[in-house]
Design a protein around this ligand. Structure first.
Ligand code: PLP
Length: 385
């Protein structure tokens, strides 16, 4: 076959192998998760301007929904243009001034990333470390706070590199009593397990869109308490990042609507739809669905010889970090799952590269159908191996 162009010359036909068709996957890794059709449809609606009255209403609706998802009344709740890491960076760059002490809990990749980001923002970073797969006791955290007297304490709620769930409830008051602000990474936890920003007295939290919210990657919901905002208002120095400066971003997200940057309108419309769907399901039922799917997949994976990195009481519902059974080669098996069944699972990171899988059942992906499909595919793979 060839194509004829307007001036009647014949264009060469590209080889059949030039570009594979866009695949339809079942996303069972550490994110992104499968996106529901209603969210994809929202993404494909006609683009509107970032100051269009319709869009401004959408932003207000989205802020209200994000507050409901975070379970907070914080006025400073918005979506940063960028992925979860941009949310992380926004909090540190706004809340830190050069030399401020930060205590960061490091028990996996994302704690390390927080420490790195905080240091780049000029923070005097002290890390509290635990082996991968473990979590911190509140006593360990508070002892370190007493010793180091940090201005900020930062923890990862759901450590996606290890599948560990950090207990948070009951910690906020003690951190507050010691005069520090409490930052929580909720990238993987939000909308998949309890996140109670106000009840837990968390001062600042960030998330991402591509995990349990099941929206494509690209935005970072954040929320800051009045105490955190006061700290920003008391800054002696300008926020080092122009793009992530909340003193300017709040004037766009607030009622003044002062232009800052061209907001990614289609993505925000899609996130608004994803948030609507999550709230329509109800947060408690959604958390329960994640927990139920986790229980089923845990039984199946254990029967097949996969072993969890974390203790059961500290295992995340939406992310199963498991070592591989004898005879299964990491890269070959993941490729086979993808090629034969269209299933994506995640590889291990850092010391667990090649040894661990990260199997996610997040948001729209957390279904009985996907669990059955995955376990059947794994059985087949193991049989062949
Ligand atoms: N924090 C956690 C716990 C994560 O799982 C991730 C991403 O997987 C991030 C932060 C960074 O988010 P992103 O990759 O969207 O920038």
């Amino acid at each position: 076959m060839s194509t004829t162009t307007a001036n009647n010359t014949t264009a060469p036909t590209p080889p059949a192998t030039a570009r594979p068709t866009h695949p339809q996957r079942t996303l069972l890794g550490p994110g992104p998760s499968d996106v529901p059709p209603a969210v994809l449809a929202a993404l494909a609606r006609p683009t509107v301007g970032h100051l269009d009255p319709f869009f401004l209403q959408t932003m207000d609706e989205l802020r209200t929904r994000l507050k409901q998802l975070f379970r907070t009344d914080n006025d400073m709740t918005l979506a940063v243009s960028g992925t979860g890491s941009a949310g992380m960076e926004t909090l540190f760059v706004n809340l830190l001034e050069p030399g401020d002490k930060v205590l960061v809990g490091v028990n996996g990749v994302f704690g390390s990333r927080m420490a790195d980001v905080a240091e780049r923002c000029g923070g005097d970073v002290v890390t509290l470390e635990q082996p991968w797969g473990s979590v911190f006791t509140h006593g360990e955290i508070l002892n370190a706070v007493d010793r180091e007297k940090p201005a900020l304490v930062a923890l990862v709620h759901a450590e996606t590199s290890t599948g560990a769930a950090q207990p948070v409830a009951g910690l906020g008051q003690a951190i507050r009593d010691r005069g520090a602000l409490f930052i929580l990474d909720c990238v993987t936890s939000l909308a998949g397990m309890p996140v109670e920003i106000d009840d837990w007295l968390v001062d600042a939290a960030y998330s991402g869109t591509q995990k349990c919210l099941s929206c494509p990657p690209g935005l970072a919901p954040i929320t800051l308490s009045d105490r955190a905002v006061e700290r920003i208002d008391r800054r002696k120095n300008k926020v080092q990042s122009w793009y992530l400066d909340l003193t300017m971003l709040r004037n766009y997200w607030g009622q003044d609507r002062v232009y800052h940057h061209t907001a990614p309108t289609n993505m925000l419309v899609a996130l608004n739809e994803a948030a609507r769907l999550a709230l329509a399901e109800g947060l408690e039922p959604r958390w329960a669905r994640h927990r139920d799917m986790h229980e089923i997949v845990r039984r199946g994976l254990t029967e097949l010889g996969f072993a969890y990195l974390t203790a059961p009481e500290h295992t995340l519902p939406m992310l199963n970090a498991v070592t591989l059974p004898e005879g299964l080669d990491d890269a070959t098996a993941r490729r086979s799952l993808l090629d034969t069944h269209g299933i994506e699972v995640g590889a291990g990171l850092g010391p667990y590269k090649g040894k661990l899988w990260r199997i996610g059942l997040m948001g729209h992906s957390a279904t009985q159908r996907n669990v059955t499909l995955l376990l059947a595919a794994l059985r087949e793979l193991l049989h062949a191996a």
